[in-house]
Design a protein around this ligand. Sequence first.
Ligand SMILES: *Cc1c(COP(=O)(O)O)cnc(C)c1O
Length: 474
Amino acid sequence: MPEYTQQLLRSLPKVDEWMHKLAPRFAVPLLLIKQVVRDEVERERQAILSAPDEAKIHSEGEWAARFAKSLRRKSQPRFRPVINATGVVIHTNLGRSPLADDAAATLAEAGKRYSNLEFNLATGKRGSRYSHIEDILLDLTGAEAALVVNNNAAAVLLALDSLAKGREVIVSRGQLVEIGGSFRIPEVMAKSGAKLVEVGSTNRTHVQDYQQAIGQETALLLKVHTSNFRVIGFTAEVGAADLADLAKNNGLLTMEDLGSGSLIDLSRYGLPREPTVREVVTAGIDVVCFSGDKLLGGPQAGIIVGKEKVIEQIKKNPLNRALRIDKLTLASLEATLRHYYQLEDALENIPTLAMLTEDGLAVKKRAVRLLRKLRPAIGDRCRAAIIPALSRVGGGAMPEYSLPSFAVTFELTATSGTPGAISPNRLEQDFRALATPIIGRIEHDRFLLDLRTVREDEIALLARQIADYFREWP
Ligand SMILES: *Cc1c(COP(=O)(O)O)cnc(C)c1O
């Protein structure tokens, strides 16, 4: 090993020495300090070994700053709230649906206290965790029975495993969808032990296609919502009622994976028409499943509703125990669902629905309020402007539809004395690194904050962070 490399390695800080130096300055557990010092020293050792020519001996002050930065990062919670200014309402990477206030409160209460989760208060005996929301689901969908599991992927897996294991399931080639996170219908079917029988073509599938594929081994006719894509042009698919009729005439079951699954018809608010869960149930489909945290606006969950005999069979499947819903989710799902007894209540209090149906001008007013707070703080350093924008539904729902919205953009002014404009990538990155990260989007070479997905009660925090940022920039 060259002498210079050895010298560099000898110059590395001693872990114990630094632990004692840092401990009085930082109110964090000693173990955390030790880990940070070790990690940083080890990182530097690797850097020296791999490229000694680029390494140098750091001063005591440089190491102190490096440890302090790393300690601050490590003692912050890793899982944190962010401000969603992407304009994507059901943003899977940002946690899909924010909960209604009372749903979040119920969740906290269920977490802190004992509950009647599986205890029947009337008999004093063991109860069922599903009983709490089954009645509500029946009221809201018109189904005969219901259960809930961990998520909709689990619901599909469980239903297929219960009803079609080792047998054939017929599905249209136009509906073999892959949604994000590697959920592919053919693969989920393979896992469940059901055999996939594809019928029709990508763009057109007819009743006769299903009819001709029915055989001795057929258990189920499956319909899958295409969620995140649309087949347009010369297309045909078989409706739920026709599929249910065909199945009934052949002694088979039907299932529909609705994906997002809405309990209300959002076309009344200008959004695309989607069949509601109740409509699919009424059409005669035996098992209908959908997500809790997409258009429904609740916590992550998979909801299965349908005919009593079929749901009973699913409830008895031992796999159900492995996919079961936890008490926190159950509590917040019940609170979310209760809002649906009254349409106005749901639209006002379930954030996902409120954001999807909010008038563009109301979004603009929020943008104006943000600017009003920002202007005095950022002065003439930077020019903030409001521009029209298009928000998305997200969550794989209504992929071709955009919601008219408004966004705020930033531009450095000439008087700021800073040469060159701030690049959109730099802004995007810096905003992501704020104490409460602000997640925006880049469009036409501009960084923008879409106000549709920003709550009114986040405006003050948003403004304060942006003002502080520009005050210190560059
Ligand atoms: C989103 C979706 C799923 C998976 O739902 P999760 O709740 O995310 O597990 C399954 N099928 C379709 C059609 C979907 O759109």
